[in-house]
Design a protein. Structure first.
Length: 101
């Protein structure tokens, strides 16, 4: 599933500087992050960024061998609150054989 984040999450992940977040237009930030391959989409209407994923569909911050988050202490709110929020609230593809909770 794509990880949707807000600007504050990008600051916590240290992908965006706090000064930049406060003074730069989110569209310009999205353009820079997209060019760097860090995001794959930006929803202008809601100011929601979708983090880029690997070709396998895995999050870029997921360790391929251990399957653990490499930015756990800085993870976005979407991850912190999973599965309560996200594109499919209360749905976890890895729990209960993909059933809603």
């Amino acid at each position: 599933m794509p990880v949707e984040v807000k600007l504050a999450d990008l600051v916590r992940l240290e992908l965006v500087d706090p000064f930049e977040a406060e003074h730069e237009d989110p569209k310009q930030i999205a353009k820079r992050l997209s060019k760097a391959g860090l995001i794959e989409h930006f929803n202008f209407k809601n100011s929601i960024f979708s983090l880029a994923r690997r070709a396998s569909g895995d999050c870029q911050f997921l360790d391929a061998k251990t399957r653990r988050c490499t930015v756990y202490d800085k993870r976005p709110n979407t991850c912190r609150l999973h599965p309560q929020v996200g594109p499919r609230p209360n749905y976890c593809p890895y729990g209960n054989k993909g059933q809603s909770r």
